[in-house]
Design a protein around this ligand. Structure first.
Ligand SMILES: [Zn+2]
Length: 446
């Protein structure tokens, strides 16, 4: 009896140990399998450290990346390869926001139950929302300057154009010198991952706060003599705009009028409307996280609040998030989150009342007619706002953002050229070129 019970204890102990082992293995598998499978030593997915599985198409079925027998191929056109490099990614995985890295699960066909299963040994195919030819137009329009161009459908969320410069040909990756100006942030997708001082494009946030919180503001007259004195501080305007109504103040991009509006709406409202516009939060574009633009006026003096209302002070903006705010104004106040996978669904968030969105839209349309010139944007029905964001000791960043007020071609956009100079002069023509091309291809077909 004694021996038998001792044996039973040993068996029970071994059994317990065995069960513990199984539980440990299964839980580790569930927790870590997706990390294990994407170790660069996995020869099913990587060859010599390069991703060697899957196919990536643009929205029109153009092949951007493919693998044949473990050999990696990009599009045959060098300009297209370079223009879509940040969207597709490089095979070394340096561009962490690129499809090759961000969608590697879909590309490899890997899942928890079946593991890496490739029917024909070349992984899965995914289709991106981008139009590679449109990206090439944007890349050429940037003409070697550093910056970004984004265009998206504000009804469906499809990103048609996503270009960031500097870029490189993924078939011949350069030896990157991180200290050189030429390669500054070359792996970063500036649309998704950068933040810049917004300057005057931020007036579209202050405008929303003012319309909703200052009674009679749309019928008011503003006077600008070039300087607004505030409690010992001041906000200055590049010129003295004289007498203007709210719509003219936006078209003049009058600093003193908008500083006055920010102060009158108050810090709490400016903060709240900045959050509604997407500041202080990130967007997830099919799981790819954007950088966070920031507005914090909680401890701002009156003068600082004035400067914050015109996109200076400590304000920073992420271009993709700002583009989505443009989309919300165009789309009756409903923001459709941009997306990159053709078959995914977008999140919709109401950020402005339809009435407020409509008023801002009218003013932005007026801005194009009075200021940027219809002849520069013929037939687009463009609503826009420029920004020339001052940064200490450098040429300003040139912003141009807005949308087409067209049911047959519902596109919102953003263009930023780093240290480019005046927003409407530098970034406006880039937007014009890309949007004309988009209208030619898609009007009536979206
Ligand atoms: Zn002024």
């Amino acid at each position: 009896m004694k021996i038998q019970s001792r044996r039973a204890v040993i068996v029970l102990f071994l059994l317990g140990f065995f069960i513990f082992g199984i539980v440990f293995f299964v839980s580790s598998y569930l927790k870590n399998a997706s990390t294990w499978v994407f170790y660069s030593g996995n020869k099913h997915i990587y060859k010599n450290g390069r991703i060697s599985t899957g196919t990536i198409y643009d929205r029109n079925g153009l092949t951007l990346f493919s693998t044949e027998g473990g050999k990696v191929k990009y599009n045959s056109d060098k300009t297209i390869r370079t223009a879509v490099m940040h969207a597709v990614g490089d095979s070394e995985g340096n561009v962490s926001t690129g499809a090759l890295y961000a969608f590697k699960k879909q590309l490899s066909g890997w899942n928890l139950v079946n593991g890496v299963y490739h029917g024909n040994g070349s992984g899965n195919a995914i289709s991106l929302t981008i139009d590679a030819k449109l990206c090439a137009v944007a890349y050429e329009a940037l003409a070697g300057r550093h910056g970004t161009v984004g265009v998206y459908n504000y009804k469906t969320g499809d990103i048609l154009c996503m270009v960031s410069t500097p870029s490189f040909d993924p078939e011949n990756p350069p030896k990157v010198d991180p200290d050189s100006e030429e390669h500054n942030g070359i792996y970063m997708n500036r649309l998704l991952s950068s933040t810049y001082t917004p300057g005057s494009v931020f007036k579209l946030v202050t405008l929303a706060a003012a319309i909703d919180n200052i009674s009679g503001v749309t019928d008011r007259t503003f006077r600008c003599n070039g300087t607004l004195k505030i409690d010992g501080g001041k906000v200055t305007c590049p010129s003295s705009h004289g007498k203007q109504n709210l719509s003219e103040a936006l078209a003049n991009s009058c600093n003193t009028a908008f500083a006055e509006l920010a102060i009158e709406a108050g810090a709490n409202q400016l903060q709240a409307y900045a959050q509604k516009a997407g500041f202080n939060s990130v967007m997830y574009i099919d799981g790819i996280k954007t950088a966070q633009g920031k507005v914090d006026v909680t401890a701002a003096s009156k003068t600082d609040l004035g400067w914050a209302g015109i996109g200076q002070y400590t304000d920073t903006a992420n271009p993709a998030t700002f583009m989505a705010y443009m989309g919300a104004i165009a789309n009756n106040g409903v923001r459709v989150t941009p997306k990159l996978l053709l078959n995914s669904k977008s999140k919709q968030t109401s950020v402005l009342s339809p009435d407020t969105a409509d008023k801002i839209k009218t003013y932005m349309r007026n801005d194009t007619i009075l200021n940027y010139g219809e002849r520069n944007y013929p037939g687009l029905h463009l609503c826009a706002k420029s920004g020339t964001a001052q940064i200490n000791g450098q040429q300003p960043n040139a912003w141009f953002a807005g949308f087409l007020d067209r049911k047959d071609c519902p596109l919102a956009f953003v263009v930023v050229v780093e240290n480019g100079g005046a927003g409407s002069k530098v970034s406006g023509p880039i937007a014009g070129k890309v949007l004309q091309e988009a209208v030619k291809t898609y009007a009536g077909k979206m």
